[in-house]
Design a protein around this ligand. Structure first.
Ligand code: NAP
Ligand code: ZN
Ligand code: ZN
Length: 347
């Protein structure tokens, strides 16, 4: 089938051909209607984290229509709307999988792209393609009231911010801050607000303030402004840091309350400058990390979004515009998620 991907870290994405496995008894085949563009797609295409297998076909914010189901499938039938996020398989047996934490599968989950397809033994290919074949356990249901294109980003940006909000029990009296107003950041604001929290955005980008307030933030702090930063000393129970590249995490620690946690979901790798333990010890503060969310939790987030009418703010693009979209993402010029209209690949 047709797909869009890249053969090397330095090469632009272009149209190529991929094979998918035939539908097995537990599989659902989905004709992809929309696919969101996550910064992880860019990191993978350009081998920022190492370990990219080429050709690489990114895309893990998938919404589409079921075109075939295996003989043992019970959750879906042909014609249903279905969604797929960042994971398409896991061991199903380890202590994490048994607790619905497939994202922390001990032998490792199978990523929607750049993972290893257990059936074929080859790498997995993501949603920048015509169709996808996924075990029904990893396929999600989309609430009927939500716009399909704007729902796609919930499958990664939504769940990645929902999971820490839930894990750290964010609710009515919580004070939450979000670092970076991009795809993850804008969903973090919407979800934290809907959970009842007081929400602050830390941004380097003057000019995004009004957008942040419109998305539900109560306050915006320009993180490069010393007096604005000191105005929030000791304030936040939880900070979700979505910055994709190396940055000084120590900068945000003073704004945590006693027992507060900053959870890193963006940058993956050693920190520079290193973390200073003094404020952690003297304020019982935590620095944590979190990756996406489990399947049950992803369904819970989608259902919550259905009840609260929450979707992503999107800019629709054609598949052929993906290289330009990546360049704009690198300049933080996305308001606030690109979504590919997959009809552009099929046409
Ligand atoms: P994005 O749309 O590009 O947004 C990132 C935002 O971070 C930017 O809009 C910008 O906000 C800020 N930023 C960018 N570069 C920065 C820098 N050098 N220093 C400080 N701030 C910077 O990206 P995204 O799709 O939200 O993804 C964010 C990160 O999360 C990526 O690294 C992605 O791989 C990762 N991710 C992790 C998970 C997980 O499970 N943990 C899941 C999905 C994505 P301002 O303009 O407001 O400063
Ligand atoms: Zn993602
Ligand atoms: Zn497992």
């Amino acid at each position: 089938m047709k797909a869009f991907g890249t053969q090397a870290a330095e090469a632009p994405l272009k149209q190529l051909h991929i094979d998918r496995r035939a539908v097995t008894p537990k599989d659902v085949e989905i004709d992809i209607l929309y696919c969101g563009v996550c910064h992880s797609d860019l990191h993978t295409a350009r081998n920022d984290w190492g370990g990219t297998i080429y050709p690489a076909v990114p895309g893990h914010e998938i919404v589409g229509r079921v075109t075939a189901v295996g003989s043992e499938v019970t959750k879906f039938k042909v014609g249903d709307i279905a969604a797929v996020g960042c994971l398409v398989d896991s061991c199903r047996e380890c202590s994490s999988c048994k607790r619905d934490l497939e994202q922390y599968c001990i032998p490792g989950f199978t990523g929607t792209y750049n993972g290893k397809d257990k059936h074929l033994g080859t790498q997995t290919f993501g949603g920048y393609s015509e169709k996808v074949v996924v075990d029904e356990h990893f396929v999600l249901k989309v609430p009927a009231n939500l716009d399909l294109a704007a729902t796609a980003p919930l499958l990664c940006a939504g769940i990645t911010t929902w999971s820490p909000l839930k894990h750290w029990n964010v609710g009515k009296d919580s004070k939450v801050a979000v670092v970076g107003l991009g795809g993850l950041g804008h969903m973090a604001i919407k979800l934290a607000k809907a959970l009842g929290a007081h929400v602050t955005l830390f941004s380097r980008s003057p000019g995004k303030e009004q957008d942040a307030l419109d998305l539900g933030a109560d306050q915006v702090i320009i993180s490069t402004d010393k007096s604005q930063m000191s105005s929030v000393t000791g304030k936040f129970d939880l900070i979700i840091d979505t910055v994709p590249y190396i940055h000084d995490v120590n900068h945000y620690i003073p704004s945590l309350s006693i027992n507060g946690t900053i959870v890193l979901v963006g940058y993956l790798g050693p920190l520079d400058p290193m973390l200073n333990s003094v404020p952690m010890i003297l304020g019982r503060k935590s620095v944590a990390g979190s990756v996406i969310g489990g399947i049950a939790e992803t369904q819970e987030m989608l259902d919550f979004c259905g009840e609260h009418n929450i979707v992503s703010e999107i800019e629709m693009i054609k598949m052929q515009d993906i290289n330009e979209a990546y360049e704009r993402m690198l300049k933080s010029d996305v308001r606030y998620r690109f979504v590919i209209d997959m009809a552009s690949l099929k046409g």
